[in-house]
Write a protein that binds this ligand. Structure first.
Ligand SMILES: Nc1ncnc2c1ncn2[C@@H]1O[C@H](COP(=O)(O)OP(=O)(O)O)[C@@H](O)[C@H]1O
Ligand SMILES: [Mg+2]
Length: 362
């Protein structure tokens, strides 16, 4: 019986990756004791969104073989994902996603903050690293504008920093260590020092996700940050109009050059629906940009986020809109985008496990 249950479980298809558990080496063991079955799986992380579906699929398979009275328990643990570069940086963080855009003002930080909040709401341990020197906004978006970074000097002279926490998201921001508008006068080594602290010395603890709000653009700073951190991949934020799209192209090209997967494209400010006419959609910033960038970069469009008053207010008042119980529609859109991004992260991890080698060439 164990053999037939095991081979049936091995033929279950992972819904995100499209390959069978057998091919993925996911089935560790199957134990049957009378009427109770235990299935031990090792699956490609992150598992926060797919866990229940896989649990159900396994139960169905066992029931079809052993009948409705069987009691099935599925134990799942995450597979270890090989690091492609910088394995010593952020060793306790499982999935690291850079949120990037070609230019400022497209809502990159808003999207990063809301994705981080959505992941925390789903029960994941989440960090948000706001490295946008030109406009650090995580402190305001999480109602932490008056906070500074708690830091400690170790006996060997090195400095470690601690993230602040709000809504279950650990937050490190260049805004906690730098005065407003100071970035404009900071260049070179000083700036590099801030980044070293932010990236290398933060005490995040073990995290399921680190969301990394990159500064806009594709200059040296972005390139260095992209290379210094072992990214799972990048999520590209664009607005719908052509002018934003041409900047975004450069961003996609930068990630290509350093062999970072583009996980997907998020179109923000896609339309406006007047609150009193929620079925009407006004495409204020044009149409089609997200789809165009997705097609060009060969990555999926993860979703389209409309312009809403509550989204802007949430940013200014320190409550990401995805956590606002009165904003169900917008929250649902952001939760879907987050789920899609996590699915693409699993695919990127599966690709790496598949033995494909990825190397940094510069
Ligand atoms: N979908 C949206 N609806 C309404 N306002 C938005 C939306 N996305 C972003 N904003 C607002 O636009 C401004 C710029 O967003 P921000 O996230 O700071 O952009 P970026 O990080 O790309 O510079 C902020 O005031 C923010 O609240
Ligand atoms: Mg920003």
């Amino acid at each position: 019986m164990e053999t037939s249950v095991r081979s049936a479980i091995e033929s279950v298809i992972d819904p995100d990756i499209g390959r069978s558990f057998g091919e993925l080496g996911a089935v560790e063991s199957v134990k049957i004791d009378g009427n109770s079955v235990e299935i031990y799986l090792e699956l490609v992380p992150p598992l926060h969104y797919v866990g229940l579906a896989i649990d159900d699929a396994c139960r169905d398979v066992v029931r079809s073989i052993m009948g409705d009275s069987v009691k099935t328990t599925v134990f799942v643990r995450p597979k270890a994902i090989p690091r492609i570069a910088q394995a010593d940086v952020l060793p306790d963080v499982q999935t690291i996603i850079a949120v990037a855009s070609g230019k400022g003002g497209v809502g990159k930080s808003t999207v990063a903050a809301n994705i981080a909040a959505a992941l925390a709401q789903k029960g994941a341990s989440v960090g948000l690293l706001d490295a946008d020197i030109y406009g650090p906004s995580a402190p305001m978006m999480f109602d932490l504008a008056n906070e500074t970074m708690r830091a400690e000097k170790l006996p060997d002279g090195s400095v470690i920093g601690y993230p602040n926490e709000r809504y279950g998201v650990k937050i490190a921001s260049i805004g906690f260590v730098m005065q407003r508008d100071q970035a404009a006068i900071l260049r070179g080594p000083m700036l590099a020092g801030y980044f070293t602290t932010l990236v290398g010395q933060m005490q995040w603890g073990a995290l399921d996700f680190l969301i990394f709000d990159l500064p806009p653009g594709t200059g040296d700073i972005q390139l260095t940050l992209t290379q210094r951190i072992p990214l799972t991949g990048a999520a590209i934020v664009t607005t719908p109009q052509e002018i934003a799209v041409s900047d975004v192209r450069r961003s996609v090209a930068m990630f290509r050059r350093v062999n970072v997967d583009v996980l997907g494209v998020i179109e923000n400010m896609s339309w406006f629906s007047p609150p009193d006419m929620p079925e009407k959609k006004y495409p204020i910033f044009g149409e089609g940009g997200g789809r165009a960038v997705a097609a060009e970069s060969g990555a999926p469009l993860l979703g389209e986020i409309p312009i809403t008053l509550a989204t802007r207010e949430g940013g200014d008042e320190g409550l990401p809109v995805v956590l606002n119980p009165d904003e169900f529609r917008q929250a649902e859109i952001i939760r879907n985008i987050t789920a899609n991004l996590v699915r693409e992260s699993r695919r990127a991890h599966a690709k790496r496990l598949g033995g494909q080698t990825v190397s940094i060439t510069l």
